[in-house]
Structure formats: structure tokens, C-alpha cells
Write a protein that binds this ligand. Structure first.
Ligand code: HEM
Length: 495
């Protein structure tokens, strides 16, 4: 269902009545000495200052008036917003311990109850993060093992693209299958066929959740959860999809349990089950069934949606700018040739390609407001007192599109990552994966996937849009948790 103006008016009318009742039942929030921000209305908070269709843009605009740190109110709870490189670096890197906890927005709370590596904080998060990182590395993340798995999957992807026989098609679904199969190999120890009905159903659910989480309904839910629970709308579908995914994962966990060998782990689920057994007598162990289910779900979802959406954006941008596509192809010809597939070690010799992939990630600004962070303690920060438990929003978009950091922040320009000699030039402001101790756990896997999948595709095909290139819109179609691209069809012409 689309969020249209009529729907919004009806929603507001209902909210106004129901919120009064709700407010009367809720305790006031401890305010500390929060930074100032736009005026907040009782009950509705700063709703009129934050456009639900593009919240990160509203926050960046507000920072022009209120500076790099200010407060907005979501319904009756405050959020401290951090904008710009300096404030975000100071909070997430220099004061990491104070800002590393995860704030459970109502939708996240309902789905996870605080279990799993993405949603947890404190000791639980430390145990799950350490275990997940080391297990992913044991299964080859950032190493040769997973490189070969991605190269193999890239060949399947090329075969699927060739099957389209140069007819127009939307690559979105095939890219999802490929990205998901990599994380599935690590979590479940197996890949799925691109025709597997169950797999396709789950991929569609993940995609649907990505769209809903990036749309306005879920923001209304996070503002007014108890009320939105009473109303119909697409936000309800998220919870159903997560319940169905849990059933599928629980079945897989059960079959792992039945065939488990204590001295030989086949994948992440096996390793977790072995750890549960090892720590069963430790009272403070966080290795239990709930954390296993949610962490496996976290990896499955985060590993599928982010990388495949980045590749979808990337192909669209390359189809719009054929000269960039050709320049990458020339670099592939020079360094890799056409007889073997690209490998990670080629990247160091391919500065232009590396710069384009970084620029895709910077430009698309995939997670514009980061995942929600939370004050771990009462924090003194830049003259303010942020009480423990306060929602903190580090607006990554304000760094990825910062005027001080980038020459032409709103344009797609690979030169942002090249020096005057054409060598790759990284930047501290490249925060697509966030920053500090809580930054993306799958970064090295994602970087490998983006490089190997995209270069293998360009080695094999030229991407032609069906529309005129000028008509390809590379602004987002939806923007909330993620920025989702408009969808177009392409022809993949064999080289
Ligand atoms: C282009 C691809 C990706 C992007 C742009 C991306 C971005 C992010 C961002 C912005 C965060 C939030 C960090 C924070 O809270 O400060 C995050 C967290 C996370 N990502 Fe990724 N990610 C990507 C791919 C992946 C992949 C492939 C995996 C699978 C292993 C993954 C797993 C996770 C997990 C588990 C977290 C939660 C970490 C924690 O809470 O400690 N991500 N990612």
C-alpha cells in the first residue's frame, strides 16, 4: 500500500485522538541537559520538522540551523543527532565506549527483544560480536576460502545473465541470490539454486522488509508503536515476514543439531551450537538458542540486502555512465585479461575500479542515518549531558555527502578517490560501513563481494539501459533505514 496524502490525513486524525490517551499513560523522559533543537510539540514531538519520506535530509538541514549536535523528538522520546565528520568521529571513534550501545527502536525491539549481535548491547554484544567475527574469519571472511566461493558464485551469476540472451531484464533478483548465497554458505554451510522456491520466497521477504524499513510507515510505527499496532498497514508485514524467516531458520538449526559433530564445525550455526554446549555451565554465557536464532537471522538479512542493493545501484550508475564502464573494462583487460576471473589481489593494481566502487558506496549513501546507537552511560559531550539510554543518530549521510570532505558531494565522481597521479586515495570520511568498534561486522566480506561480482560482470558484459541514459534517475526511490534505487531494466550484451 502506498503512503498517500489521504492516508496520512486519516492517520493523523486517528493519532491525535489515540495519542492523548496514550500520553496520559506514559511517564516523562529524563531530559539531562540535552542539546537544543527544533521546537517539539507535545505528543507529536518534532514530527513536522522531519520529513518521513527523507528523514536524513531533514536532519542535515536542521544541522545547518542548530549545529553538529542537536535534539529531535520522536513522539515522546528524544534523539540526539550527530552531523558532520568531526562530531561523528569524536563520538563513535574517540568516545566509542560511550556511544556503542544499540538503541532499540520499537520495531527493532518487537522483532529482536534485544537478542542477536545487531540488537544487543553491553556484555551480550561483546560476546556475540567477538564470536561472530572470529567465526566468520574461520570460515574464510577476508581470506582465500571465501574468495573462491565468491568467484564460483560470480560464474553462476554470469551464466544467469547470459541466459537472458541480451533481452532486457531487471538484475535485482539475481544479484540478491548471488549475495545471499555467500552469506548462506557461511551461516548454513550451503548455497541455494536460483530456482529454489523456498529460497526465492525468503529473498522476496527480505527485499520487502528492506522496502518497508525504508518507507514512512515504519517511521510512524517507531514514533507511535502502541497506536500503530492497532492500525492496519504495511508495517504489520515486517513482523509476519520475520516470523516466517524464524520458522525457516529454526528448522535449519534443528537439522544442524541432529547432525552435529562436536569436533567438526561445518558453518556458523554448527560453531554456535558447539559454543552453547561448551558454555552450558557458565551462568553469564550469552550462547543460547535465542541469541543463535537472532544472530543467524542478522547475518542472513544484513549480508543479503546491503551488498545486493549496492550492486543494483552500481550497475545502474554504470549503465548511465558508459565511459566509466569502459574505463573499468580497460583496467580489467590490462590487469586480469579475459582467460581467468578477477581475484582480490588484482584490486591493488586497479585503482580506477577501486575508486569507482568506493564512489558508488559514497554516492548511494546506503544507510544514511546509520543503525540506531544509544548512550551507554550518562555522557558529558560538547557541554551537554546526554542521559544513559538516550537514542543517538550518527547521520552517516552528513559525512558521505559533506561539503568540506568532497569536491562535488552531490555528483558521482570517481576522482573523489583518486590522487593527481591516478592512484587510489582513501579517505577517513568514507563511512559507508560506519566507524569505531561497532562498525559493520561484514565489511571485509562486502568489499570482496562488491569487487569480485562487479568486475566479473563487467569482464563479461556491457550493460545497456533500455531507457535513454539521461532518463535514468540515480536519486533514491525510497529513503529510511536504507536508500533504495529506482528499478530499471538493462540488456547485458556479451563482450
Ligand atoms: C555494502 C555492504 C554493507 C554496508 C554498506 C553495511 C553497512 C553497515 C552499517 C552502516 C552498519 C551499522 C554500524 C553501526 O551500528 O555503527 C552495519 C552493521 C552490521 N553489518 Fe553491515 N553492511 C554491509 C554488508 C554487510 C554484510 C555482507 C554483512 C554480513 C556478514 C553485514 C553484517 C553486519 C552486522 C552483523 C552488523 C551489526 C554489527 C554490530 O552491531 O556490532 N554487513 N553494516
Amino acid at each position: 500500500m502506498d503512503f498517500n496524502d489521504q492516508g496520512a490525513t486519516l492517520l493523523f486524525a486517528l493519532l491525535s485522538i489515540l495519542l492523548v490517551v496514550w500520553l496520559l499513560k506514559n511517564k516523562p523522559v529524563r531530559k539531562g541537559r540535552l542539546p537544543p533543537g527544533p521546537p517539539a510539540l507535545p505528543i507529536l514531538g518534532s514530527l513536522f520538522h522531519v520529513n518521513v519520506k527523507s528523514p536524513h535530509k531533514s536532519l542535515i538541514k536542521l544541522s545547518e540551523q542548530y549545529g553538529p549536535i542537536f535534539t529531535v523528538w520522536f513522539g515522546t522520546y528524544p534523539a540526539v543527532v550527530l552531523c558532520g565528520f568531526e562530531a561523528i568521529k569524536e563520538a563513535l571513534i574517540e568516545r566509542g565506549h560511550d556511544f556503542n550501545s544499540r538503541y532499540l527502536l520499537p520495531a527493532l525491539q518487537k522483532v529482536s527483544e534485544g537478542y542477536g549481535v545487531v540488537s544487543s548491547s553491553g556484555e551480550r554484544w561483546k560476546q556475540l560480536r567477538r564470536f561472530s567475527l572470529s567465526t566468520l574469519r574461520n570460515f574464510g571472511m577476508g581470506k582465500k576460502g571465501i574468495e573462491e566461493r565468491i568467484q564460483e558464485e560470480a560464474k553462476f551469476l554470469v551464466a544467469e545473465f547470459r541466459n537472458k540472451k541480451e533481452n532486457p531484464f531487471n538484475p535485482d533478483f539475481l544479484l540478491r541470490c548471488a549475495a545471499s548465497n555467500i552469506i548462506c554458505s557461511i551461516v548454513f554451510g550451503d548455497r541455494f539454486e536460483y530456482e529454489d522456491k523456498e529460497f526465492l520466497t525468503f529473498l522476496e521477504m527480505i527485499a520487502e522488509n528492506g522496502r518497508i524499513l525504508s518507507g514512512p510507515w515504519i517511521q510512524m510505527y517507531n514514533n507511535f508503536p502502541k497506536l500503530m499496532d492497532l492500525l492496519p498497514g504495511p508495517h504489520k508485514k515486517i513482523f509476519q515476514n520475520v516470523a516466517d524467516l524464524s520458522t525457516f531458520l529454526n528448522k535449519s538449526i534443528q537439522s544442524h543439531r541432529e547432525s552435529l559433530q562436536q569436533d567438526f564445525s561445518r558453518d556458523y550455526i554448527d560453531s554456535f551450537l558447539i559454543k552453547i554446549d561448551e558454555e552450558k555451565h557458565k551462568p553469564d554465557s550469552e550462547f543460547n538458542d535465542k541469541n543463535l536464532l537472532m544472530s543467524a537471522m542478522n547475518l542472513f538479512l544484513a549480508g543479503t540486502e546491503t551488498t545486493s542493493t549496492t550492486m543494483q545501484w552500481g550497475l545502474q550508475i554504470l549503465a548511465k555512465y558508459p565511459h566509466i564502464q569502459e574505463k573499468i573494462y580497460r583496467e580489467i583487460e590490462e590487469v586480469v585479461g579475459s582467460c581467468r576471473c578477477p581475484a582480490v589481489e588484482d584490486r591493488a593494481k586497479m585503482p580506477y575500479t577501486d575508486a569507482v566502487i568506493h564512489e558508488v558506496q559514497r554516492f548511494i549513501d546506503l544507510v544514511p542515518m546509520n543503525l540506531p546507537h544509544m548512550a551507554t552511560n550518562d555522557i558529558e559531550f560538547r557541554g551537554y549531558l546526554i542521559p544513559k539510554g538516550t537514542f543517538v543518530i550518527p547521520v552517516l549521510s552528513s559525512v558521505l555527502k559533506g561539503r568540506e570532505q568532497w569536491q562535488v558531494p552531490e555528483s558521482f565522481n570517481p576522482n573523489h578517490f583518486l590522487d593527481e597521479n591516478g592512484c587510489f586515495k582513501n579517505s577517513e570520511s568514507f563511512m559507508a560501513f560506519s566507524a569505531g568498534k561497532r562498525k559493520c561486522l561484514g565489511e571485509s566480506l562486502a568489499r570482496m563481494e562488491l569487487f569480485l561480482f562487479l568486475t566479473t560482470l563487467i569482464q563479461n558484459f556491457v550493460f545497456h539501459p533500455v531507457l535513454d541514459r539521461e532518463d535514468i534517475d540515480i536519486s533514491s526511490s525510497l529513503s529510511g533505514l536504507l536508500r533504495i534505487p529506482h528499478m530499471y531494466k538493462f540488456c547485458a550484451i556479451s563482450r
